[in-house]
Design a protein around this ligand. Structure first.
Ligand code: ZN
Length: 227
């Protein structure tokens, strides 16, 4: 269940990143229930001292559910939860995607600082979301800690897949908007497009012979075999 994460300088930064990434992992299927969300909160937010256990989970305008509903309200709360989770998840992924957009959009960092959800403590950034913070605000405050501390790393390695929204890390160039699953397909497309979109030699040559030789087939260059 623990995502493979890069090593970051400080334990606090690594713990915050792990907390945020774990949220994305456990909510990916969309089938996490209230007990599962409670466990994530307890392990990654409450036990690490970021905030005291909230009594409700909210994500306006998707809704609010009590974390420990009375026996009669459990089913109702679990029914309301998916919309809250998916709204929060989408906001988190969109905010992270902003970091790798051009021009980059890091408003979530400034918002987190402005709202006091991240702050400096003993020379380090720490997440301190308020008890009434929306779920997305809690998760983004967790991500804000490592991003504020190691921005260059995120600029170089953060990947948010355009296809599926998966957040991952990859140092290889050209991977910022893909994921391990969809990266292959995307690079395959660009490789197939390569011979057609690289006619510098034939454009130098007269057009007549080339079109007489093969009017229907694309020109094959023996020296150029795409991987
Ligand atoms: Zn993907």
């Amino acid at each position: 269940m623990t995502p493979t994460l890069p090593y970051l300088g400080g334990a606090g930064e690594s713990r915050s990143l792990l907390a945020g990434m774990t949220f994305l992992e456990v909510t990916e299927s969309g089938r996490i229930d209230l007990a599962g969300l409670s466990t994530w909160l307890d392990e990654h937010v409450v036990a690490t001292g970021c905030m005291t256990r909230p009594s409700v989970v909210l994500e306006p305008p998707a809704g609010t559910v009590p974390l420990r509903p009375g026996t009669g309200a459990v089913a109702r709360s679990n029914a309301d939860l998916p919309r809250i989770i998916s709204t929060a998840r989408l906001r988190v992924v969109d905010a992270l995607r902003g970091l790798i957009a051009s021009p980059s959009d890091d408003r979530f960092l400034r918002a987190a600082i402005f709202l006091g959800r991240v702050r400096r403590q003993d020379g380090r950034w720490v997440a301190r979301p308020e008890a009434t913070a929306p779920l997305s605000g809690i998760v983004l405050s967790l991500f804000a800690v490592p991003v504020l501390s190691e921005r260059t790393f995120f600029d170089r390695q953060l990947c948010v897949c355009d296809n599926c929204g998966r957040v991952s890390f990859d140092a290889a160039p050209g991977r910022r908007h893909t994921c391990p699953e969809h990266g292959v397909r995307v690079s395959g497309v660009s490789q197939r497009a390569l011979p057609a979109s690289s006619p510098p030699e034939s454009s130098v040559m007269p057009i007549q012979p080339a079109s007489r030789r093969s009017p229907t087939e694309p020109p094959r260059k023996t020296g150029m075999t795409p991987r």
